[in-house]
Design a protein around this ligand. Structure first.
Ligand code: HXC
Length: 507
């Protein structure tokens, strides 16, 4: 009986982490504890813990006198809506969630199991970084985690939630995962903190300005989204999880759906304004195509000239990439190309079909783009589409000009279905620009006349349709039906690139 009691006592002590006082301090910062986070993330009662009694082995600096059970990270597995997931949750109440040799080993253990058993890893990061007392042993622990992040990339989805400090080299583990989400006001990420920045570059900046959620969702694009608090973050990760397959060996789950596949949306017939230079909200089209209007947007606050995220069609996950005419006329630029390229690559790695909605006037001109390497960055998106072997369906709603036409999942990049609305203008460039080049030196009047002729002849979908680059010109109101049927016909698609060690995407 005593031994049973001892087990229970040890469990109680381990569950208390750094103790009541530190838990209260964690709560006072508006943060949940490592275990509370796991409880909210996973299905009730589904969590099975590993390594609850693991303790560090450091003997320097009197550390042998302080060996808390669990060593600052709670690890294990459980389910989200019944589907397997591995988790780790750093416990800031234990030595600031700092990473020791054994702390790192605990994370590696669940990552290895996740890869072996084909289930995603969700990491909740809240840590002061390398455990200073352990020195290089701590760096080695990080290195082991980094290696597994890379090995697991494209094998199982990896999601990072930043729920406290994440600084120094520690940022590179989340950076190699598929998605990073932050909690507003209580999390930050930077390679070097405000003090170092001040010493080296004379910049005076707060931790929030340097690496808070706003910075990383709007400026750097390091993070894919930010949430108001821990509770919202965990609920939203559950929602995202439901869109994703468990591994690259399985397809994304098919959910029951209550939306008519043949739903007609008359309002789409007037979505595109009569004036080709007027904007409209492409999100409206996404919501009207999606089952039950459910769209999980990724990087909503960054490069708003392109939209990326997940919807379901007939219950199956589909990744959406769409130019947004409301911002910068929907043009492609460095940021939007990078954002969409990474999203397309995620979809392809995990067998998620891609729907592309096109209204793109071209690439953004100017020195800042060229000096910034728009050639390489634009090529990333082109490359991502061209190498993607998942089902690809494209709908052009209005402009599809020049190189951007080719990049946006055109027939030439082996899209399976290329549809166009009657309002489409598929051309080498806008009518005025084209006319000015062809009729250089002519009077303004003549250019205006010729522009009209050019518009009549080329600013439509039929020239491309005549050549078979567009499979069908479709009624806007039947877009959902057409797109659903297209993806349904592609469920057994098999396409392969030739064998190679790996590709050499322009980085
Ligand atoms: C050991 C640490 C620690 C660490 C925090 N603690 N970080 N212990 N190693 N890295 C301990 C504190 O001593 C304290 O213990 C408890 O955790 C809570 O920390 P506080 O400082 O009281 O909390 P707070 O005021 O909220 O400040 C959080 C913090 C700060 C900003 C993260 O603790 C901090 O600056 N820590 C050091 C950060 C750092 O330099 N890390 C190493 C970076 S290098 P007590 O017992 O007093 O409660 C790195 C390299 C990784 O990470 C490389 C990978 C390749």
């Amino acid at each position: 009986m005593d031994i049973l009691q001892e087990l229970e006592d040890r469990r109680v002590a381990a569950r208390l982490g750094g103790g009541e006082k530190r838990i209260a301090a964690q709560h006072a910062k508006g943060k949940l504890t490592a275990r509370e986070r796991i409880d909210l993330l996973l299905d009730e009662g589904s969590f099975e813990e590993f390594d609850m009694f693991v303790a560090h082995r450091c003997t320097d600096f009197g550390m042998d006198q302080d060996r808390p059970a669990g060593d600052g990270v709670v690890t294990g597995w459980g389910t989200i809506n019944g589907r397997l997931v591995y988790v780790f949750s750093q416990d800031f109440t234990v030595m600031g969630g700092s990473v020791s040799e054994t702390h790192g080993k605990k994370i590696c253990k669940i990552m290895d199991l996740a890869m072996q058993n084909g289930a995603p890893v969700i990491g909740m990061n809240d840590s002061g970084g390398a455990r200073i007392q352990e020195g290089v042993a701590s760096l080695a622990a990080y290195g082991e985690v980094f290696q597994r992040n890379v090995t697991a990339s494209g094998v199982v989805p990896q999601i990072s939630l930043i729920m406290g400090p994440c600084a120094g080299g520690a940022v590179y583990s989340p950076a190699m995962t598929d998605f990073i989400f932050m909690v507003k006001d209580s999390s930050y990420m930077f390679v070097t903190g405000p003090d170092v920045a001040k010493t080296v570059t004379n910049e005076i900046v707060t931790a929030e300005e340097l690496g808070g959620a706003t910075t990383h969702t709007r400026k750097s694009s390091v993070a894919d989204g930010a949430f108001e608090n821990d509770v919202e973050a965990l609920a939203e990760i559950r929602r995202l999880f439901d869109f994703l397959p468990l591994s690259n060996r399985e397809k994304a789950p098919v959910r029951p759906f209550f939306d008519d596949v043949n739903r007609i949306e008359e309002s789409l017939d007037t979505l595109v304004p009569a004036n080709p230079n007027s904007p409209y909200d492409m999100k409206e089209l996404i919501l009207k195509i999606a089952d039950e209007g459910d769209f999980y947007e990724i990087q909503a606050e960054f490069a708003k000239n392109i939209l990326t995220g997940f919807i379901r069609l007939e219950g199956s996950t589909v990744g959406v990439v769409a130019n947004q005419p409301m911002v910068l006329a929907g043009c492609l630029d460095i940021d939007s190309s990078r954002k969409a390229a990474r999203f397309v690559r995620f979809c392809d790695a995990f067998e998620i079909p891609v729907l592309t909605l096109v209204d793109v006037p071209g690439f953004l001109p100017g020195t800042s783009q060229e000096y910034g390497g728009v050639i390489k960055h634009g090529a990333k998106l082109l490359y991502a589409y061209a190498e993607a072997t998942v089902p690809k369906v494209t709908v052009i709603t209005r402009k599809a000009y020049g190189g951007a036409y080719v990049v946006m999942a055109s027939k030439h990049l082996q899209a399976d279905f290329n549809y166009a609305w009657p309002t489409s203008e598929i051309a080498v460039m806008g009518a005025k620009g084209a006319t000015e080049i062809i009729h250089r030196g002519k009077s303004a009047e003549e250019i205006a006349d010729r522009t009209k002729e050019y518009e009549a002849r080329f600013a439509n979908p039929f020239v491309a349709a005549e050549k078979g680059f567009i499979d069908e010109v479709i009624m806007p109101h039947s877009t959902r039906k057409r797109v659903c049927r297209a993806f349904a016909s592609l469920r057994a698609k098999k396409a392969q690139m030739p064998w190679k060690k790996h590709d050499n995407i322009p980085l």
